[in-house]
Structure formats: C-alpha cells, structure tokens
Design a protein around this ligand. Structure first.
Ligand code: GTP
Length: 599
C-alpha cells in the first residue's frame, strides 16, 4: 500500500472502559472478522487474559476501510497491554503508531490509567482522538466527561466522539476520524531498512514471531537481517500481516505494520524495542530510539512443594522465559525450602500470571515466598551490592547504608475518600506531593512511596477503602536511602530464611508482633509446643506459641456426626497441599504470604 493510505493507530484506555469491545466493533465493521469469529475473542488470545479480563500481549490487526472520500485505506490497529506493569510494552506499541483512540467510559470519566496512557501517547507524539464510550448506559454522563476531557486532558470538548462499542454507535465517526485526523506514516522508502520490534512471541513451528513497524525501507521475506541491539542475525522466513490470523505477503513496505517469522529460538534474541536492519546498513542507519531491557521490580522465591519436582519447575521456567523476556530467574537454595528459584518480575500482576501459568499449564504445585524489592546496600567496606532476597541482607554491623526503590504514584478518587487515602498512604511511608481537583468532586492525589510498601497489599487496601472507586498508577522514581533493618522469624528456635523480611526501623516492633501473631494462627498445631519469635539480630522482639496438639482432637469434635468428621479430615488434607516441612515443623504457604497482610 502506498504510504499516504496507511494509518497506524492504537486504542488506549483505563481498564474496563471498553478497549477490547471497541476493537471488536472496528474489526467487525470493516469485515475483518465476522460476528461469529468475534465470539472466539480475536484480540485477547490467551486464556488467562480472558479470565483476568486484561490484555497482556500487544498485537496488531490490519483492516481495509473504504472511507467517505471513496478511497481505500489500510488501517493497522495495534493493541496495547492495559496494565501498569507493562508500561514499557505500551510505550513500544505506541511508538509504532501515529495516532491513538483514547477511550473513556461515559459513566466513569477520566481515571488513573487514562492519564498515564495519554502521557505515554503524547510522549510518542501521537494524534489523540477522544472517544466517550458506553453512552448507551442510563448512568452515562457524556457532557460531564466531555468537560473533563477539556479540563484534564486539554483537548477541545467538541472533538469527543460519542460512542457505544457495545451497540455499535459511533463506529463510522471513529473510522473517519482515524483516516482524516491521523497523519500517514512518514519514513523514507528508499532509505536503509529500519523496523521497530514492538512485540514478539515464540511459536513452536515458526520460531520467534516479531511484530514490527517498518520505519524506513522495505522488509522482504528470505532476506538476511540483523537486530541492532542484540546483534543477533537471521534470515526472515516469512513476512506478512495479521488479518487477524497470519497472512504471508512476502514483504512489508515503509510505514506498514506486520510480522516476520525470524527463526530465532528465544525471544531474547529479538527484544521489544530493538531495530531490525540489513547487514549492509549496520553502522550507517541509527537504531530507533527507546530500546531498554525490561527491569525486574519485584522478586520472589518459587519452590516446588515436592522437591522432586525441581527439574520440572526449571524446565517450565525455561519455557516461559522463551516467550517472556521480562521474566528473570536463577537457582536459589533456601535452608527452609530447599532448591528453588529466585525470580524477578515487572510487577505483582506479572508475578501472579507466571505463578498461575506454572500451576495451570505445567501442573506444578509451587510455593512462593513473599515478594520483595531489590535493595542497594552500601557495606562498611565501601562495596555496593544489590539484595533482592531479605535473607541475604548482610548483618547490621556490615551495613553502611540501604537504599530502596521509590515510586511516583497517582490516585484518582472521589474527594470524599481523601482522608482515608491520606491515612493509608502515610502508614505506608508515602510522601505527599500534590492534590489537584479534576472537577468539583474528584481529585488527583500524587505521592512518592517506597515500592516495598506498594507491593504489600496496597492496591487491595486502596480499593476496599474507597469502595472500588479509586484508581492507581505508578512509575519508578529512583532509589533513596531509608532506615531499614532485617527482621528474622524463628520457628521452634530456628531462623526460617524464607520468612525474613526487610522493614523500616520505626515499624519493626509493630510488624514483628503482628507477624508472629498471624503465624501462630497459620502454623498448624504439632505434637509439641512451637515457639514463634521475631528477632532483630540476636534480640527477640516478639514471641507467640503454637500449643501442642491434643491427640483426641478428632474424637472430640466427632460427637457422632460423621460428615463433620469427614469435613475436618478433608480440610486438613487440603491444607496439606501447600505445606513444607521446615525442620520438624510443617509450615503452610499462607505463612510465607502473611507479611503481605500486615499493612
Ligand atoms: P481491559 O482489556 O481489561 O483493558 O478492558 P477493556 O478496556 O478492553 O474493556 P472491555 O472491552 O473488556 O469492556 C469492559 C466491559 O464493558 C465489558 O463488560 C464490556 O461488555 C463493557 N462495555 C464495553 N463497551 C461498552 C458499551 O459501549 N456499552 C456498554 N453498556 N458496555 C460496554
């Protein structure tokens, strides 16, 4: 297609504002897919995505649209991940576009990710088309949302397109706006090849499939190419586009979006953000801006419940890693849990997804330790080390300074919740930055807060304290020194490495006490008495005791009711599933996560 008739765009939105539904409507209207095919959910392919209702992997679909000017256009819709953990992937997807539909729910208005995504789109210099969706709902208030678009986003309210993705209202207006307002791709068709990789996935038959946007030149099948950042070279096995399934077309011209089958066996050879070029252009063509390796922010130990499953866990992680360059892992040994892996994730959602896939797709029973952040520790001898496992924190005497990652966080909320949110953030060591009124009853609060406090149940707390009304977004702000110490937990007199944690000195006593209390409730009674202690260095600061089991526990509650007895036994069996023998004491999975609910 000639460049003037190409439009590359994406849809950005806060979660649940209707991004996928609108994408479906566009695909259906342009005849790209039929209604029946849509039922099979074309854009969100992974089962997990569907269940969690979120989009994880960016994808691209090509549509043909004959506009009201009588001309036929090639529209490439690039799907973007909807969750803040994947902000880097979002920004790469945006870099492949010239425009964005900014979808806003007419019943909700502007939310945290509406703005976060908007900022990313503005950074990428995209033309923004505001779409107010769900106008079919009785509680929709399009006029109010229009005003928000003008006040908060800074676009004239007349530019808003009113739509219902569900009912198909506004579809034509949206497609016309895409054609008229979004500029065609610039780029030099005669220049040396440069194509941006904005996503990739591993396919068992074709090797790594890279999703690319050709910026300059033409990309041909059967051509030798090189990845500028990684230096990996290969021959393009196939080139084409998504319609929505792969259609091999032999080439991708300047400005086009599509895929290449690379033959690479691992996505790390073909990272998101890298530039594809031909060997002859190396040294002449500049790499496209923006390549940066994904950075793990959250770390946890993953251990097989049954130690003989260790090789299977290793294989499963290796397989997942093939398709997920952001997943990091290395072998780790815990005195308490045996052999396992230290894993690094983009954020909590990423961690949850990996855990679920290990369990569901690989049938593994795994035990996860509480998530931790990576600390920068300056030792008294001047050496600086990164510590992402609390049990590996050097003893207090060896530590000069500990720095921890801080996040800039923004919270959108009805103003009636300001008090409770301030309260929550303050107990999490948050530092107030700003409060801005979006309209008379809604505010944008900004804070700086340690990531370690954010990953401990913060989002759930925020949601429950605001009846689900508040929305949250966060970005890495940098490392800062904090007064942190290591808290050890001793079970039956033995320190359990997988239970140690790093806490702020001011909160150590409170957290130590709360944690042993919680553990007392979680660790089942044994045949002997089990003391649980929290200690800082050699100083015990809290103690609880799990009383010894009475041997007649079953006989006692039996009382003639057979079903009750069976229930009790079944319950015990269930509880057994995620238990780990630590020394002579059984510790359940929940115990390792107890720290998450301390607040
Ligand atoms: P993520 O993929 O999680 O980011 O969500 P999304 O933005 O893609 O939202 P999705 O399209 O899944 O829509 C969220 C919910 O809103 C679904 O239950 C849709 O059926 C519903 N929905 C979307 N558009 C409309 C609309 O125009 N009207 C009404 N009434 N409901 C809609």
């Amino acid at each position: 297609t000639d460049q003037a008739h190409i439009r590359n765009f994406c849809i950005i939105a806060h979660i649940d504002h209707g991004k996928s539904t609108l994408a479906d409507r566009l695909l259906e209207f342009t005849g790209t897919v039929s209604k029946r095919e849509l039922l099979e959910q074309t854009l969100d392919q992974m089962e997990l995505e569907r269940e969690k209702g979120i989009t994880i992997k960016a994808q691209a679909v090509r549509m043909k649209y004959t506009a009201q000017d009588g001309q036929e256009y090639e529209l490439n819709l690039i799907d973007t991940p909807g969750h803040v953990d994947f902000a880097y992937e979002v920004s790469r997807s945006l870099a492949a576009c010239e425009g964005a539909l900014l979808v806003i729910d007419a019943t909700q208005g502007v939310e945290a990710q509406t703005l976060a995504n908007l900022y990313l789109a503005l950074e990428a210099d995209l033309t923004i088309i505001p779409v107010i969706n769900k106008i079919d709902l009785p509680s929709a208030d399009p006029e109010k949302v229009k005003q928000e678009v003008e006040d908060v986003i800074g676009l004239p309210k007349e530019e808003c397109i009113l739509a219902s993705a569900k009912e198909g209202i506004g579809t034509v207006d949206i497609l016309e706006a895409v054609v008229k307002q979004i500029p065609p791709p610039a780029g030099d068709p005669a220049g040396p090849l440069r194509a941006l990789v904005f996503d990739s996935h591993y396919d068992a038959y074709k090797g790594v499939i890279a999703y690319v946007r050709v910026v300059d030149g033409v990309l041909h099948a059967e051509e030798k190419v090189v990845m500028m950042a990684t230096g990996s070279a290969t021959e393009v096995l196939e080139a084409g586009f998504f319609h929505p399934r792969l259609v091999s077309s032999g080439e991708l011209t300047t400005g086009e979006v599509g895929y290449i089958a690379t033959g690479f066996k691992n996505v790390k050879d073909c990272r998101v953000g890298d530039t594809v070029t031909v060997p002859g252009a190396l040294g002449k063509a500049q790499p496209l801006p923006g390549y940066q390796p994904a950075k793990s922010m959250v770390f946890a130990g993953l251990y097989p419940v049954a130690s003989e499953d260790y090789p299977e866990l290793r294989d499963a992680l290796e397989r997942l890693k093939l398709n997920d360059a952001a997943l990091y892992y290395e072998p780790e040994t815990s005195q308490a849990l045996g052999f396992g892996f230290r894993c690094g994730f983009l954020g909590l959602l990423h961690m949850e997804i990996i855990q679920e896939r290990l369990e569901r797709e690989y049938n593994l029973d795994i035990l996860a330790t509480a998530p931790s952040v990576a600390y920068l520790v300056t030792k008294t001898d001047g050496e600086v080390i990164e510590v992402d496992n609390p049990s590996e924190m050097p003893s207090a005497g060896e530590v000069e300074k500990i720095e921890e990652p801080f996040m800039d966080i923004s919270i959108f909320t009805p103003s009636r919740y300001i008090g409770t949110i301030m309260d929550l953030v303050t107990t999490r060591r948050g530092i107030y930055v700003d409060l801005k009124y979006i309209e008379s009853e809604r505010v944008l609060l900004t804070y700086k807060m340690p990531l370690a406090e954010l990953i401990v149940d913060f989002y759930d707390q925020l949601k429950s304290r605001t009846q689900g009304y508040a929305s949250l977004d966060y970005n890495f702000a940098g490392y800062e020194a904090s007064d942190l110490i290591k808290l050890d937990i001793l079970v039956n007199g033995v320190a359990v490495d997988a239970l140690s944690l790093i806490v702020h000195r001011d909160k150590a006593y409170y957290q130590g006490r709360a944690l042993v209390e919680k553990l007392r409730g979680l660790i089942p009674r044994q045949l002997f008495e089990v003391p649980i202690q929290a200690a800082i260095g050699s100083r015990v600061i809290a103690r609880e005791t799990v009383k010894a089991m009475r041997k007649d526990v079953l006989a006692k509650c039996y009382g003639g009711d057979i079903t009750r007895k069976r229930k009790l036994l079944e319950k015990q069996k269930e509880g057994k599933k995620r238990m780990k023998m630590v020394g002579s004491v059984e510790i359940p999975q929940e115990a390792f996560m107890a720290v998450l609910s301390l607040g």
